[in-house]
Design a protein around this ligand. Structure first.
Ligand code: SGN
Ligand code: CA
Length: 521
């Protein structure tokens, strides 16, 4: 309670006590709006700078950074959708929350989660959008989620009443549903917590009718490692199946359908005649041009990269608009003063770095996820935090914000002191990662590892036994494994020790990992 009052004072609120009841005069605990996109790379958030900034800005998402805090090293514990979502809900690593891979199928919703604890503390809670955890959501007063990955056009939604289809584009529908829910609960006198989970910009990157032509004629800068040959690294980088060159599909991913019959599995057949006509008016000329004179070799890779970026970034443009609508709504209703807004993604993503798309690896582009937080009166405007934070910390942070005691079995740290811009000498200086989904789509081998600010030690195990060590300072693009370089022998020894300690601390081990079969929980 004491801690909460301190936050309240910092937030510029005057009351000194609060109750869990409906007393409108009592101090209101902050509302929380957690906005999460799916596969939104930090390289494609203009608040982070980078070469795409000039080409595809995200002005609304950037408003959160401008009026709040940008986290430059938010690391996920397991770079994949379902596992990331389970970590966020529970504040626990995958081996404890039981959702190790997307193939785990059903999240055990009977376990402790932060929405349940917020609910018990008097919050009204909701989740709208992508859920991807198989079982029905628990701990939410209101939920309306996409089945599995969901569809971009005219998607189905699942509610406690069952499944129904809605006309429209998924990002816009989710936004409208969120605004409708916020309008309903805003005057109920209870604090609320909303998780707005977008499907976009997940593969197969289908932009909204409004954004179909946005980047059609734009040529984006290529990443320097687009033609990576994976020399100086191990088998894991060489044997993956996620290159733009080989894995990315001309038809489903890049929409270069030879005949007008749209792929059933990618949901384009769900379009109504108007949507289909708009779509065809944009893609048919691109298709005709491509097949009239198809590029080959490196030129084909370059072409595919551009097509990929045009659609991926157009999907993000709709997400950015969605964020703008939420921020505007908060401002118009005055809710902005006492509502914390978080923007993040379930993991990072490769935008052609190492020649890749997708995620899963402990290399920076998929290990790091964007994180921007706006908390009026608390987070210094336009501030930048360089600490290692993690999606493991979100649950703890939200509970702390709400003045709820953090259960001792949660494994992350409350970011509240960081959000206040305080000096935090005891903050973590290392982070533990563990990815399991193998053998599976994209063939990224199982691995675990430790990252410090400067170094990264990774163990690829299961069907191989290879260690890799990267020096992020001398090799920020992670192109050279220095594990066997004698110059790094002391660092290597130290990292091994720290990794062992971290695994013990979190209750993980290679033996435990090997006991999980593919697809097992
Ligand atoms: C689908 C995608 C994969 C992607 C996984 C997991 N293929 O299987 O490319 O890695 O989802 O993504 S697709 O052709 O169906 O789009 S996750 O973000 O949900 O973990
Ligand atoms: Ca994802």
């Amino acid at each position: 309670m004491k801690h909460f009052n301190k936050i309240a004072t910092l937030a510029g609120l005057t009351a000194v006590s609060f109750s869990f009841g409906n007393n409108k005069d009592a101090l209101k605990r902050p509302n929380i709006i957690f906005i999460m996109a799916d596969d939104h790379a930090f390289q494609a958030v203009s608040a982070y700078g980078g070469p795409l900034k000039e080409y595809a800005p995200t002005p609304n998402i950037d408003r959160i950074a401008k009026n709040g805090m940008r986290f430059d090293r938010c690391l996920v514990t397991n770079s994949l959708s379902g596992p990331s979502r389970a970590v966020i809900l529970t504040g626990k690593y995958s081996h404890l929350n039981g959702f190790l891979s997307n193939e785990a199928k059903e999240f055990d919703g009977s376990q402790q989660t932060f929405p349940k604890l917020l609910q018990q503390a008097g919050y009204t809670t909701a989740i709208i959008g992508k859920w991807h955890l198989g079982s029905n959501p628990t701990g939410f007063d209101h939920w309306e989620v996409l089945p599995g990955q969901g569809n971009y056009y005219n998607p189905d939604f699942i509610t406690p009443e069952g499944r129904h289809r809605e006309e429209g584009y998924v990002t816009e529908l989710i936004t409208e549903k969120c605004i409708e829910w916020l309008s309903q609960v805003k005057d109920e006198g209870k604090p609320f917590m909303l998780m707005m989970h977008h499907k976009a910009p997940h593969r197969e990157w289908q932009p909204a009718p409004n954004e179909l032509t946005l980047y059609k004629d734009v040529t984006f800068p290529e990443p320097p490692t687009l033609f990576d040959d994976y020399s100086n690294r191990g088998r894991a980088a060489r044997e993956q199946d996620m290159t733009i060159a080989k894995t990315m599909r001309l038809q489903e991913d890049l929409k270069l359908y030879k005949d007008p019959v749209k792929g059933k599995n990618v949901g384009l057949n769900r379009m109504n005649p108007d949507q289909a006509a708009t779509w065809d008016s944009v893609y048919n000329p691109i298709i005709r041009k491509f097949y009239a004179n198809p590029p080959e070799g490196d030129e084909l890779v370059r072409f595919k990269y551009q097509r990929y970026m045009q659609d991926y970034l157009a999907c993000i443009a709709a997400v950015d608009k969605s964020v703008g609508r939420i921020l505007d709504f908060l401002k118009e209703t005055g809710l902005d003063k006492n509502t914390i807004v978080i923007y993040t993604s379930d993991q990072g993503f490769y935008l052609g770095e190492h020649g890749w798309f997708d995620k899963r690896f402990m290399f920076e582009e998929s290990y790091r996820t964007p994180l921007l937080v706006k908390w009026s009166g608390v987070t210094p405007h336009g501030s930048v935090n360089k600490n290692i934070v993690s999606n493991l910390d979100f649950a703890e942070t939200f509970l702390d914000i709400a003045g709820v005691k953090i259960p001792s079995d949660m494994q992350g740290m409350s970011m509240v002191p960081l959000l206040k811009g305080k000096k935090t000498p005891n903050w973590r200086t290392e982070h533990y990662y563990h990815y399991y989904e193998y053998p599976a789509v994209h063939s990224v081998k199982r691995h675990y590892g430790i990252s410090t600010e400067r170094f990264k030690l990774i163990h690829f195990y299961y069907d191989i036994d290879e260690w890799e060590l990267y020096d992020l300072q001398t090799d920020p693009m992670e192109m050279k494994n220095v594990y066997n370089d004698p110059e790094y022998s002391e660092i290597k020894k130290d990292l091994h020790k720290r990794l062992d300690n971290l695994m013990k601390k979190y209750g993980d081990s290679e033996e435990l990992a090997k006991s999980f079969l593919p697809g097992q929980r």
